[in-house]
Every structure is written in C-alpha cells, then in structure tokens.
Design a protein around this ligand. Sequence first.
Ligand code: MG
Length: 257
Amino acid sequence: MKKLLIAALLTAVACSSTPREGTQICAHRGFWKCQDVPNWENSIASLKMAQDYGFWGSEFDVHLTADDIVVVHHDDDKDGLRIADNTYEALAATPLPNGEILPTIDSYLDQGAKSKCVLVLEFKPGETPERREKMVHICFDALNSRGLWSPDRVIFISFDLEICKLIAAEAPEFTNQFLSGNISPEGLNEMGINGLDYHYSVFYDHPEWVEEAHALGMNVNVWTVDSRQDMEYMAALGVDCITTNEPLLLKEVLESR
Ligand code: MG
C-alpha cells in the first residue's frame, strides 16, 4: 500500500492529464451508426456526427501507408490491400461505402479541430521502431499544426506497448492508455504509462483495477461496451470513460443513474 501511495504522489506530480467528472461517453470509430448522413466507421462523417451529438470523445484508428501517409482506418487492409504495403493513391482508389475518400490524418483532424469533442487517437501497431516513430511523429505534427496539441483535446491509446512507451517519453503530459488488458495499473505506472483502456471483460475479472488506477492518478477507459447491463456495471465501477458503438444508449444509461 505504501508503495502505491508513493507512486500516486509521483504520478500526481508528473501527470497533468485532465481529471474527468463522472463517466464520459466515447463514440467508437465515431458515431457511425447515426444515419442522419451517409455514414461509415472511421469516416469524417462519423466523427462529425459524434461532434454534432455532443459526446465527450470520439475514437479512431490510424495506420501508416507504404509511402508514409497516416490514414484513418481500422483493419490492416483496405479492399484486400495491406495498408503497410500500399501507397495512399492505391488505397484511396475506391471510396469508403459512404462515398468518402479514405481519410488521412490531415483531413480527419481538419474536422476534429471544429469542435471540443476529445479525439481518442488509436495508433495501430507499428512493424518496426522506425515506422512506429514515423507514424507517431506525423500525427504529433498534424495535431500541432491545427492547435490540437493539448491534453484537453486528444488522448492516445494503443495495443502496441512500444508506442505507449514512446508517448510516455515524448508527450508525458497527455493521457496515454494501453489497450491489451494484460498489465496491472501498477505495472503500467512503473513504465510511465498513465492510463489503461481495457476490454470490459478485464474489469469483470479485475474490478479492483479501477480503484488501483485512480489511486495512482491514472485514467481508466473501457471498450467496447454495447449492452445496457455492461454499461451499468462499468459506470458503477467508476470508470472515467466508456467507449461504445451505442453512444445514445449509454447517454440514456448514464442520465438515469
Ligand atoms: Mg480502435
């Protein structure tokens, strides 16, 4: 316990990520289920819908193409083409199902800068240290050039522990959350990683990790929670944010508490 308290004090000094009031709503890959417009996950339309509906945050995924363009997309491939092995021109040759051109980090952040909705930027794993660093630095520059370089405007998440370590070293003031679910809050804290964003099943197994993380000054998010029952359980645990494909249902659940 003494070790935890000392670590919490150190973290409180080192970490200036914004504390949150209650559980917040993060739209997973944007509010892509909203059909007010032609929509698709990780499209600019899905981000705009998350912004227009006033959700706290909107999550999106990025990869690096073979010609060093950062694109917003979930899977490793698009239309059968592996993103890491293809140029942006080849990948963007066919539009998204909603008619949009494959977003780059630049076109996506142009929309992101238009509202206060927090951008939850997921770095997909990099294959080499060089490509990892290149992807992260391109995104850092793109955020900077749009006035988005602020812990209030963006948080970083990744399944790639090396990327989380890189962010901890280069942008320690930002919330930086590991996604894989296999490291305790104390273990992450010892690596300088100041947050966790785990699958909800992890918190059924380790409900104590929410309190442990908070004692260390860390932010806790949970993905991807789409049922009312799981939303109620996670909110009762006191997580800082719930990432969901059903943000309107989550809004209703949180408002009824
Ligand atoms: Mg993601």
